[in-house]
Ligand binder design. Structure first.
Ligand code: ADP
Ligand code: MG
Length: 724
C-alpha cells in the first residue's frame, strides 16, 4: 500500500469507527479511591495504636517503628489480594522524569512445594531493583550498581488495574548504595523539610505560638493533544519523538479562537470520562476538563494536594492519559510542541505553602497590607525568583520545552514574577518605605437585574508571565507538559527556604534593635525589594520591549535553550543553595546536570536521525514519483503539440535537491563526537544540529505544498488536528 493509500484508509477507519462505551459509575462515592490503600482502610485493618503511628507519619513525616511496618505490610497484602493483586511493585521516579516499577510476586513455596504468599515489613520498606540501567550521572559505577527503593508512607499505596492484571504499587524513593538520591522524590521530600524548618523560624519570630509542620501544595494543569492512532501510526516522528518534525501549516489553524473552551467533541468527552473514572478510583481528584487553544488540544487539572502526593499523582495522570487514549483509538501527545506554528502544551504548576495552624501563607486575605505573614512569604518568593531565576529556567529545560518557551502564546524564557495590581502596589509602597492604602476588588454589578452581583478579584490575571501570583498561590506557567512537576517544586521550595532563612536573620536583627513588629517587617521587606524588586513585572511578557528592558535595564537573563539553561545547575550560587539547605549535595546536583544534559543530547540525536530517515525514504521518493508523473504528462502532451508549463516540476526538483543536500550536511554533522565537555556538546546540538534539521524541514514543508496530495506519505496537519 502506498503512503497516500494508507492515509486514505486511515480517514476511512476513523470515520467508520465504532464508538467505545464507557460504563458510568452510579455515584462518585462508589468509585472514589477504591483502588487506594487509604488511611480509612488502614484504620479498619490495624490496631488503634498501629494506626495512630502510621497516621502521624503520614501527616507529619515522623519516623515509623519497623514493627508497625510489619503490621501495615500484612494489612496491605490482605487488601491487595482481596482486589486480585498477586504482585507488588515499588514505584519510583528516576531522574529521567519517567515512572519506573519492578514487579515481585507475593508468592513463595514452602518445603513441601505448596504455594504460599509472603509480604512483610522489610519487603515493604526496602526493594532492590537492578538499578544499573537507570541514569545516575556518575554517582554509581556499573560495577557498584546497587540501588535501593524505599517505601514512602506519606504517599498512599494503590492498585494499578490493567488488562494484564492488578499490581499493588508502593510509592518509593530511589537511592544509591551510598544513600545518594537517584530520583525525583528524595529532593522533593528534602526541599519540603528545608522549607518547613525555615518557615518555622520566621513564624516563631512573628510571635506565632502554635506552629504545625508546613507543607507545600501543588495543583498541576496538564495540557495534551489527541491524535487519531490511525494517523499517528503513519508518522514515525510522532511515534518516536512525540512531535512532528515536518508538516506544512494547515489552511485553518487556531486563528479563529474557536476551539478554546468550545464544546468538547463527543469522542473526546467519552475518553475524558474514562480517564476520570480511572483517576477517581486511584484517589486522584480530577476537577476540570476543557478544550485548549489549539485544535486537538485539551486540558485536565486535578484539585490541589500535598506536593509529594500531587507529584506522584501527576505521574499517574500522564500514564492514565496515554493508556486510556490507546483504548479509544487515540495517541495522547504530551510533548511540549507536537505541531509547529500552533500552541504548545504546558503544565502550569500551582504552588503554595501552609499548615493547619496558620493556613495558606500565600493567602493575602481581605486586608493584605496588614497580613504580615503573607507579605513576608510573598516577599520571600520575589527574592527567590530574582536570585534563582536561572535555576527556575534550568528545572524546566528540556529539548521539547525549548520549542515552546518564547513561542506562540507561551511564557518567555525570562524569569520574572507577576503579582497583580493590588499586591504589586503594596510592594511598590513597601519599596518606598510606607504602606498608604490598597486597591480593593469590590463588587461586580452589571446593572442587569437578573444577574446577581458578585465579588470581583482585586487584580486581573496576566497570562504572559512565567511566574504569576493568582490570588492565593503562585502559578509557574513555564513548566512543560511532559515534565515531572518535582523539579520545579524542588526549586520553588528550596528558594523559598533560602529566602525565609534570610528573612529570619534580618528580622531577628531588626527585632533585637527594639523595632516593633510591623515596622521590622516593613524594614526587612524594604531592603528585600531594593535588592530584588527588579524581578517584579506586571506588563506584557510577550512583548519585544520587555525582552529588551528585562535584559538591559533590569539585569534579568533571557535563556533561550536548554543548552544555555542547564549549566546554571553548576553555578556556585545554586550549588551553595542546595548544599546549605541540605536538599542536594554538590555531587548529587552535578549528577543531575549530567543526566539532564545527556537526555537533551539524546533527544536531539533521535530527532536528527528521524529527519534524515523520513526525508530520504519517504519524502524524496514521493517527490520523485510526482516528478516522473509530471514528466510523463509533459511528454504525452508534447506529442499532441501542447507544451505544459513546467514551473511546478522545476520547483519540486529544486526543493528535492536542496532537501537532499541539507540531509547530507545533517548526516555528516551527526558524525562529530569529539566534544570537550557536555556543555559544548549541548551547544552543538542546539545550534548546528537543530539548525540543519530546520533547514531540511523548510524544504520538506515546501514540497508538501507542491506534491500531489495522493502521493504524500505523511498525514497532514489538517488531518491530524481536525479529524476525530
Ligand atoms: P486556571 O486555568 O484558571 O489557572 P484551574 O482551575 O484550571 O485554573 O487550575 C488551578 C489549579 O490550581 C487547580 O489544580 C487548583 O486545585 C490549584 N490550586 C488552587 N488553590 C491552590 C493552592 N492554594 N495551592 C496550590 N494549588 C492550588
Ligand atoms: Mg492556570
Amino acid at each position: 500500500m502506498s503512503g497516500s493509500e494508507s492515509r486514505a484508509q486511515a480517514v476511512h477507519q476513523i470515520t467508520n469507527r465504532e464508538p467505545i462505551a464507557v460504563k458510568k459509575p452510579k455515584s462518585l462515592e462508589k468509585i472514589w479511591a477504591t483502588d487506594v490503600f487509604t488511611l480509612v482502610k488502614m484504620e479498619e485493618a490495624l490496631s488503634k495504636k498501629a494506626y495512630k503511628a502510621v497516621k502521624k507519619t503520614v501527616e507529619t513525616g515522623a519516623p515509623l517503628d519497623p514493627a508497625v511496618a510489619d503490621l501495615v505490610a500484612a494489612a496491605m497484602k490482605e487488601w491487595a489480594m482481596s482486589k486480585g493483586a498477586y504482585y507488588f511493585s515499588h514505584v519510583f521516579y528516576p531522574m529521567t522524569g519517567a515512572t519506573a516499577e519492578k514487579h515481585d510476586g507475593f508468592i513463595i513455596t514452602d518445603a513441601s512445594g505448596k504455594a504460599i504468599t509472603e509480604f512483610n515489613g522489610s519487603l515493604l520498606i526496602k526493594g532492590e531493583p537492578d538499578g544499573s540501567s537507570f541514569p545516575n550521572g556518575g554517582i554509581r559505577q556499573t560495577n557498584a550498581a546497587r540501588g535501593y527503593t524505599a517505601w514512602d508512607p506519606t504517599s498512599p499505596a494503590y492498585i494499578l488495574d490493567t488488562e494484564n492484571g492488578a499490581t499493588l504499587c508502593i510509592p518509593s524513593v530511589f537511592v544509591s548504595w551510598t544513600g545518594e538520591a537517584l530520583d525525583k522524590k528524595v529532593p522533593l521530600l528534602r526541599s519540603n523539610a528545608a522549607m518547613n524548618e525555615a518557615a518555622q523560624k520566621v513564624l516563631k519570630l512573628m510571635g506565632e505560638k502554635e506552629i504545625a509542620p508546613l507543607n507545600s501544595s501543588c495543583g498541576a494543569e496538564q495540557e495534551y493533544f489527541l491524535v487519531d492512532a490511525n494517523f499517528a501510526n503513519l508518522r514515525p516522528d510522532l511515534m518516536l519523538a512525540g512531535r512532528t518534525l515536518f508538516g506544512a501549516e494547515a489552511a485553518k489553524g487556531q486563528q479563529f479562537d474557536d476551539h478554546y473552551f468550545g464544546a468538547i467533541p463527543e469522542r473526546v468527552q467519552t475518553f475524558m470520562q474514562d480517564v476520570e473514572i480511572k483517576l477517581y478510583r486511584l484517589g486522584i481528584p480530577a476537577k476540570t476538563r476543557h478544550n485548549e487553544v489549539a485544535p486537538g488540544q485539551f486540558e485536565i487539572a486535578p484539585y490541589f494536594e500535598a506536593a509529594n502526593v500531587a507529584a506522584d499523582h501527576q505521574q499517574m495522570i500522564m500514564t492514565v492519559l496515554k493508556t486510556t487514549a490507546k483504548k479509544h483509538g487515540f495517541v495522547c501527545l504530551l510533548h511540549e510542541k507536537p505541531f509547529a506554528g500552533i500552541n504548545g502544551s504546558g503544565k502550569h504548576v500551582n504552588w503554595s505553602v501552609g499548615n493547619s495552624t496558620q493556613g495558606n501563607l500565600l493567602d493575602p486575605g481581605n486586608t493584605p497590607h496588614e497580613n504580615l505573614n503573607f507579605l513576608l512569604f510573598c516577599g520571600a518568593v520575589i527574592r527567590g525568583v530574582h536570585l534563582f531565576g536561572p535555576l527556575l529556567r534550568a528545572v524546566i529545560a528540556s529539548a521539547g520545552n525549548d520549542h515552546r518557551l518564547g513561542a506562540n502564546e507561551a511564557p518567555p524564557a525570562i524569569l520574572s514574577v507577576y503579582l497583580g495590581t493590588q499586591i504589586e502596589s503594596i510592594f511598590d509602597q513597601i519599596r518606598d518605605g510606607k504602606i498608604d492604602g490598597v486597591d480593593e476588588g469590590g463588587i461586580m454589578d452589571l446593572g442587569l437585574s437578573q444577574i446577581l452581583p458578585f465579588d470581583k478579584d482585586p487584580g486581573d490575571r496576566n497570562r504572559t508571565s512565567p511566574f504569576a501570583f493568582t490570588g492565593n498561590r503562585f502559578e509557574f506557567r513555564a513548566v512543560g507538559s511532559n515534565q515531572s512537576v518535582s523539579g520545579p517544586l524542588v526549586a520553588m521550595n528550596t528558594m523559598l527556604a533560602d529566602s525565609l532563612n534570610w528573612i529570619a536573620t534580618e528580622l531577628e536583627a531588626e527585632l533585637n534593635k527594639g523595632t516593633d513588629q510591623a515596622a521590622a517587617v516593613i524594614a526587612v521587606l524594604k531592603k528585600l525589594m531594593a535588592e530584588h524588586g527588579n524581578a517584579v513585572f506586571g506588563g506584557d511578557g510577550y512583548s519585544a520591549e520587555w525582552h529588551k528592558m528585562a535584559v538591559e535595564e533590569r539585569g534579568l537573563k533571557n535563556i533561550p535553550t536548554t543548552a544555555d539553561a542547564l549549566p546554571a545547575l553548576k553555578s556556585p550560587e545554586v550549588v551553595k543553595l542546595f548544599d546549605e539547605t541540605g536538599v542536594l549535595s554538590p555531587r548529587e546536583l552535578e549528577s543531575r546536570f549530567e543526566v539532564y544534559a545527556e537526555q537533551y543530547v539524546l533527544s536531539i540525536e533521535v530527532e536528527a536521525k528521524l529527519v534524515v530517515d523520513i526525508a530520504k525514504t519517504q519524502v524524496y521518493p514521493a517527490a520523485m514519483r510526482y516528478l516522473s508523473d509530471l514528466a510523463m504528462a509533459g511528454a504525452s502532451m508534447s506529442d499532441m503539440g501542447v507544451e505544459l508549463d513546467n514551473r511546478v516540476a522545476q520547483t519540486v526538483a529544486e526543493q528535492s535537491n536542496a532537501m537532499m543536500s541539507a540531509v547530507s550536511k545533517l548526516a555528516e554533522a551527526m558524525e562529530k563526537d569529539d566534544f570537550a565537555s557536555e556543555e559544548e556538546h549541548m551547544q552543538y546540538c542546539a545550534n548546528d544540529i537543530r539548525g540543519l534539521m530546520d533547514e531540511v524541514r523548510s524544504h520538506v514543508d515546501a514540497l508538501e505544498k507542491e506534491v500531489a496530495d495522493e502521493l504524500w506519505p505523511l498525514p497532514k496537519y489538517q488531518e491530524m488536528l481536525f479529524i476525530k
